[in-house]
Design a protein around this ligand. Structure first.
Ligand code: 5AD
Ligand code: SF4
Length: 467
């Protein structure tokens, strides 16, 4: 007999898991509930949608209440130390929950699990965790889940690299009308502070044909906005046969009927091409927003971060983008307290932030990640100094953002309505620039793109009025 293919094996695992869940559910006289918590970035969020898709396929029902769930999964992040601490804290709580419900399946996956010291700690100190897997074997989730369900033994499965991309997995999206689409996995950039290349592995692109087919399927399923995901989308296509340049991929995705909005994340400032700027400019479906992580405004710090651009090159790039696409919004990531960062070098970051005037910025205090080059750099910046710099940076970002955000006041702009606001009678959506708008309305507007007057800017968001 022919060996079953990878896909056939997963399908078989799903159908056997489904039988077990149906039996358990009959015994308990209620559905079995699942809860996934996602830590970290958009990549993890998309991975969680795939896990949720499998859980739903085998018969679990989603619940928001973690303590009442029959399977709980933490999809972890390890980019900064406090993300790790958060997971350990939550596990302490789940230990208590498991004592009351011994049938609970506790699963851990994601970037933290690619660090051997973490897995060792889980092995030793968290015996109640039943399932541990990493970033390279997400596609094996059906088989791993079946092993836990049928053997009732703890399953720890970590791979060194990806052999099978998580293609064609059933997916349960958080939003019916928008979706992330992975175009590549991993990172080859080795910024000296960053753990991602170690836990996500080398860059691997998906075939262009597969990406376009996925977008077509999503459009047929009601998706109007896609976010193309990669650690550095500019280097999309390396090492595969069926690829086109990232700007051409963007153009192709725009041609998919039904897809009205295209976003992408992240484009590294070191190799953002003129053709990409052109592809955005010429295509109204590509949203007017670029996330352009600068990390520092000091050329010397950027060199030690291994970012491959300097302050002047970054500022020149910003000017070039704004010249071609004046309405674009720019956001960024910034790290303060990188090892050896002097007061003067920090001032360079402040002055760059003031010069660019970002629409918003994610600001981070440098977190030492064991195994990265920067962890061994001398002159680690004391906590109190880093915190003081962080506060000043936040104030500078806010000042620029208030001004930048307000520039659309009075204009009528297209808003994709995304969800109900906590405040009754209000809906929340986003304009092309990714700025949030609250507007009066009801649930029937969700997923629609509507013209809205930007009545009043409230700092980083707008109050709007449908026209
Ligand atoms: N410490 C602080 N911030 C970090 N980032 C990545 N690694 C670290 C670290 N060790 C930030 C960078 C990156 C964002 C996703 O997280 O700014 O762009
Ligand atoms: Fe980390 Fe740099 Fe890769 Fe981004 S580009 S994931 S910051 S190594």
């Amino acid at each position: 007999m022919k060996e079953p293919s990878y896909k056939e094996r997963q399908e078989e695992a799903i159908s056997r898991a489904r039988e077990i869940i149906a039996k358990l559910s009959a015994e308990k006289g209620r559905p079995l509930y699942a809860n996934i918590t996602t830590f970290g970035c958009q990549m993890n969020a998309r991975d969680s949608e795939k896990l949720r898709g499998i859980l739903r396929e085998v018969g679990y029902v989603d619940t928001e209440n973690e303590d009442a769930a029959d399977i709980v999964i933490y999809n972890t992040c390890t980019v900064r130390e406090n993300a790790d601490m958060h997971v350990y804290g939550r596990l302490g709580h789940m230990n208590g929950v498991k004592k009351k419900n011994p049938d609970l399946i506790m699963g851990l996956c994601g970037c933290m699990m690619q660090e051997p010291h973490v897995v060792e700690k889980i092995r030793k100190s968290y015996p109640f965790v039943n399932l541990v897997f990493g970033t390279h074997n997400l596609a094996d989730f059906p088989e791993l889940l079946l092993r836990v369900l049928s053997d009732k033994k703890r399953v720890i499965a970590i791979e060194e690299k990806t052999t099978t991309l998580p293609e064609d997995m059933p997916v349960k999206r958080k939003y019916s009308f928008k979706s992330g689409v992975n175009i590549m996995y991993g990172c080859n950039n080795f910024c000296t502070y960053c753990i991602v290349p170690y836990v996500r592995g080398r860059e691997m692109s998906r075939r262009a044909g597969d990406i376009i087919s996925e977008c077509e399927r999503l459009a047929a399923d009601g998706v109007v906005e896609v976010m193309l995901l990669g650690q550095n989308v500019n280097s999309y296509g390396k090492g595969i046969d069926d690829f086109i340049s990232f700007p051409d991929l963007l153009r192709r995705v725009c041609q998919v009927e039904g897809i009205e909005r295209v976003r992408f994340m992240t484009s590294h400032p070191k190799d953002l091409s003129d053709d990409l700027i052109e592809a955005i400019a010429e295509n109204p479906k590509v949203m007017r927003h670029l996330h352009l992580p600068v990390q520092s405004g000091s050329t010397e710090v950027l060199r030690r971060m291994n970012r491959h651009y300097d302050r002047d090159q970054y500022l020149a790039l910003v000017r070039k983008i704004r010249e071609r696409i004046p309405v674009i919004s720019l956001t960024t990531d910034i790290i303060v307290g990188f090892p050896g960062e002097t007061d003067e070098q920090f001032e360079d970051t402040l002055s760059l932030v003031r010069e660019v005037g970002y629409d918003s910025a994610f600001t981070f205090i440098y977190s030492k990640r064991t195994g990265t080059p920067a962890a061994k750099y001398p002159d680690q910046v004391p906590d109190d100094v880093a915190h003081a710099r962080f506060d000043r940076l936040l104030a500078a970002v806010k000042e620029g953002a208030d001004k930048a955000c307000a520039r659309f006041e009075g204009q009528v702009m297209d808003v994709l309505v995304e969800e109900e606001n906590k405040q009754p009678g209000l809906m929340t959506g986003r304009i092309s620039q990714n700025i949030v708008v609250h507007l009066p309305g009801n649930k029937s507007m969700i997923g629609k793109i509507l013209p809205v007057r930007m009545k009043e800017c409230k700092g980083f968001y707008y109050m709007g009025e449908p026209v």
